[in-house]
Design a protein around this ligand. Structure first.
Ligand code: HMG
Ligand code: MG
Length: 312
């Protein structure tokens, strides 16, 4: 029997999910959320952001969450870092990996980071040098990889250009952000065609938002093209406060369910993920949009074994 293809999942709910909520979740509840995710078997958890608390007050407690969560050796605990000030905080919190972020759209870059794309890259150079000294891997997001909330459709050539510059300054991993959830599978084809000769699909991570219900279709297309690393949020939490109208991310349970049914390995326990989603839904006091969570995750007693009756 050939080995089952492994799909690597980074759970970004504690960061991308909680940055966009009106309710500020307490440190205690965030820590419990991260700990439940650690138990679910995801490869990596983006725990928080060391951005300006004036810009994202919801994540102003990143140090406290890092200080109190229970780490597992099998999980990589990462965080967003926008600049050197954020890097100092991230190093003091003992992150395992940093995630820088820029965009393929100038307007989005300015709205999100008060800087042009070129300025963000200049800010990253000393940060990457510090990451190297601390032996920390560097992820670099390119937001608006398909479309921008301000500029509309984005030419894949612009994504390629930014990706090339990020690789030049030493980024280890390029994460393509479909920030506003407009993509359909043919957009994913074009995005990866644009990267031909620079990056193989298997060398990228894809970060899909699910505003229009097309994220899972795009993920499947990406898997068929060779992508093996995805970001997702449990229950489909998420959005970006500087991308008006952007809804939650691809729901982790939906991706895991699809992988389980199609014979791809994720290492994630659906039942344990449901427990994390139930926890965060209760903390937020609202229902979560994830489809598999809605179908199979809400009821007590469904979190035994492999969760969904059909998931495994
Ligand atoms: P700025 O206002 O231009 O910064 O913001 P500044 O350097 O002029 O500093 C202003 C003040 O902020 C100073 O304090 C600094 O010390 C402080 P003051 O002297 O006024 O008291 N400051 C900081 N404090 C703590 N930590 C820091 C930090 N930096 C400055 N790191 C900045 C520039 C980049 C900081 C700001 O624009 C920012 O924090 N932006 C982040 C916005 C954000 O987090 N957006 C969401 C994440 S991106 C996303 O969601 C997309 C993604 O999911 C992928 C996708 O879906 O496409 C990743
Ligand atoms: Mg996002």
């Amino acid at each position: 029997m050939p080995a089952r293809k492994h799909i690597r999942i980074t759970e970004v709910g504690p960061r991308d999910g909680l940055q966009n909520e009106a309710v500020v979740v307490s440190v205690q509840e965030k820590v419990a959320f991260v700990d439940l995710l650690s138990q679910a078997g995801v490869a990596e958890i983006e725990v928080s952001s060391f951005v300006s608390p004036q810009w994202v007050p919801q994540l102003g407690d990143a140090e406290d969450v890092f200080g109190r969560m229970s780490r597992r050796d099998s999980v990589v605990y990462s965080a967003l870092v926008p600049n050197e000030e954020g890097m100092q905080r991230a190093l003091a919190a003992h992150v395992d990996k940093i995630a820088l972020f820029t965009a393929a759209s100038e307007t989005f870059s300015r709205k999100n980071t008060n800087a042009t794309i070129g300025e963000t890259l200049r800010r990253f150079t000393p940060v990457i040098a510090q990451a190297r000294s601390a032996s920390l891997p560097v992820r670099a997001y390119i937001s608006c990889a398909v479309a921008c909330p301000y500029e509309g459709a984005i030419d894949p050539g612009r994504v390629r250009e930014v990706a090339a510059r990020l690789l030049d300054i030493g980024a280890d991993e390029i994460d393509l952000g479909e920030t506003i959830g407009v993509a359909v599978p043919s957009d994913i084809d074009r995005l990866y065609e644009g990267l031909t000769g620079l990056l193989e699909p298997a060398q990228t991570t894809l970060h899909l938002h699910d505003t229009r219900g097309t994220a899972l279709a795009c993920a499947l297309r990406a898997i068929q093209l060779g992508v093996v690393s995805f970001d997702a949020t449990c229950g489909g939490l998420g959005g970006c406060p500087y991308a008006p109208g952007a809804a939650g991310n691809l729901a982790t349970e939906d991706l895991v369910y699809l992988c389980n049914r199609m014979g791809y390995e994720t290492g994630v326990d659906l039942g344990a993920l449901f427990a994390a989603s139930r926890h965060v839904a209760a903390a937020l006091g609202r229902a979560l949009p994830g489809r598999v969570f809605g179908a199979d995750g809400n009821e007590r007693g469904n979190d035994k074994g492999n969760g969904s009756r059909f998931g495994r």
